[in-house]
Design a protein around this ligand. Structure first.
Ligand code: NAD
Length: 483
């Protein structure tokens, strides 16, 4: 880690190509969750800061929209290259601020860079229908146009990846962007802003730091044409409601409660390895985390025993240590939330097979946890815990498995484990989710869409579909003499 590079990070908004203290009176503490200690402060953005960001974005909007796809692509590639050149600093910042094990932060930063490169290429590949004559003497064609000023609001669990989810498609399609990172984890966003200052025209990418005060001002602003939130379902509901003021588009990537349906012919070792990553990566603070095992009676007991052994073996500790698999939770609030779920669970018939308690008190650690004997209506099954907690349920028939899998408000990710292709095809059709993984869990790639159904939201991140969401189509009809 280069502490000097981190200490030089500007803790300010980034508006119109420069860092600025803005109008905020209050500042918010940013923590190192592995040590439970405050490390920096950021301005708590206000409506006036959002107004300044909109003004800067407005000044930049027309000329950015008129750049050719080739030019936008070139600048996005340059930004990705510059992030790659600074990857060690970005990784160190992400590890420090989110408590992610360093190798996870590395993997995620490489993914973010790759996604920006995908969007840089995709900027030049947007397609439409062929022009044609649908009325005599009139030729119609379709223009794909940017929306204008768009906003991204990101959560604390994957800061640099979420930045790329919002920045890549927004800028590739000719929009200008205002990004509000989560108040807990704004640091890599500010570092990328510093890099972008050398590459992007002023006002094309703006960052307003702060919490729901700045977020609400963004959502209410009449000149912002789209708000893309990745966050909780509760915040998604508020934003969808508030966005009706000017009928701006909303793009909502919300919570999840991913089922893991294990049929009796599944490869047990593969399931356990998949759950080790699926349930405990990022300390379970993941919208697609494997949270609910739904296992066939024929494999249930063996799987339960193997999963408990696995959870006990997960290496929890200092995120800066090479072989650490799982770091702390992100904040004292999150630790209290996860602890609360487990305290309440102990008062029910739920059987906590391992974990269930906080870990090393010098940081916000929580032990990998496996809970059996939970009914479908138990809150551990129905609500996002957003911690390293995995529940186990047993099913008799496949219809029951599907009823369990679909029996929550969420529908983001799901996985299915079987050797039988036919059963995999049928069950993947019946599971209500934006993504179903067969014999793996939570594999993502820039080329394929990510987004949910039901209370997990709507709109797609990643893939060409995300670029469509950030643009609109215009029909142009030209009347002319026909031959
Ligand atoms: P959150 O909803 O509390 O906050 C997300 C962002 O919204 C933050 O930047 C926050 O400041 C802002 N915000 C909060 N209230 C707001 C309001 N009233 N108006 C405007 N902005 C507001 O979520 P979180 O706790 O930061 O993140 C965890 C949640 O994110 C989980 O529910 C998780 O499932 C979800 N998530 C979803 C995905 C996905 O792709 N579907 C990915 C990662 C995280």
């Amino acid at each position: 880690m280069d502490p000097y590079a981190i200490s030089k990070l500007p803790m300010q908004h980034f508006i119109g190509g420069v860092f600025t203290a803005g109008h905020a009176v209050d500042r918010l503490a940013v923590f190192n969750p592995a040590r439970a200690e405050p490390i920096f402060e950021i301005p708590r953005g206000t409506a006036a800061d959002v107004e300044a960001a909109v003004a800067a974005a407005r000044r930049a909007q027309r000329s950015w929209a008129l750049t050719t796809p080739s030019e936008r692509s070139r600048l996005l590639y340059r930004l990705a290259d510059s992030m790659e050149a600074e990857i060690e600093t970005l990784v160190a910042i992400e590890t420090l601020n989110v408590g992610k094990p360093r190798r996870n932060a590395h993997q995620e930063t490489r993914f973010a860079i790759d996604l920006i490169r995908f969007c840089a290429g995709a900027a030049r590949c947007m397609e439409g229908k062929a022009a044609g004559e649908y009325l005599p003497g009139h030729t119609s064609f379709i223009r794909r146009e940017p929306l204008g000023i768009v906003a991204g609001i990101t959560p604390w669990n994957y800061p640099i990846v979420m930045l790329a989810y919002k920045l890549g498609p927004a800028l590739a399609t000719g929009n200008v962007l205002i990004l509000k990172p989560a108040e807990q984890t704004p640091l890599t966003t500010l570092k990328v802003a510093e890099l972008a200052a050398e590459i992007l025209p002023p006002g094309v990418f703006n960052v307003v730091t702060g919490d729901e005060v700045a977020g609400a001002a963004i959502v209410r602003h009449p000149d912002i044409r789209l708000v893309s939130l990745t966050g909780s379902t509760a915040t998604g509901r508020i934003i969808a409601r508030e966005a009706t003021s000017n009928l701006k588009r909303v793009h909502l990537e919300l919570g999840g409660k991913a089922p893991v349906v294990v049929l009796d012919d599944a490869d047990l070792d593969a399931v356990v390895a998949g759950l080790r990553k699926g349930a405990f990566y990022n300390s379970g603070q993941d919208c697609t985390a494997a949270t609910r095992v739904i296992a066939a009676a024929g494999i249930y007991d063996r799987l339960r025993d193997a999963v408990v052994e696995m959870a006990k073996a997960v290496r929890v500790g200092d995120p800066d240590t090479d072989d650490t698999e799982m770091g702390p939770l992100v904040s004292a609030e999150q630790l209290a939330r996860v602890s609360g779920f487990m305290d309440r669970a102990r008062a029910t018939k739920a059987n906590v097979l391992t974990g269930g308690l906080p870990g090393d008190p010098s940081g916000y650690f929580f032990a990998p946890t496996i809970v059996a004997d939970v009914e479908q209506n138990h809150e551990l099954v129905q609500h996002e815990v957003f911690g390293p907690v995995l529940t186990l349920q047993k099913f008799g028939t496949e219809a029951e498995a599907i009823a369990f899998a679909n029996g929550t408000d969420f529908g983001l990710g799901a996985s299915l484990w079987t050797q039988d292709v036919g059963r995999a095809m049928a069950l993947s059709r019946d599971i209500q989710a934006g993504a179903v993984w067969v014999n793996c869990h939570d594999a993502v790639t820039p080329e394929m869409p990510h987004g949910g159904v039901k209370c997990s939201g709507y709109g797609k991140d990643l893939s060409m579909y995300s670029l469509e969401d950030y643009s609109h189509i215009k029909h142009v009809m030209v009347r002319h003499e026909t031959a």
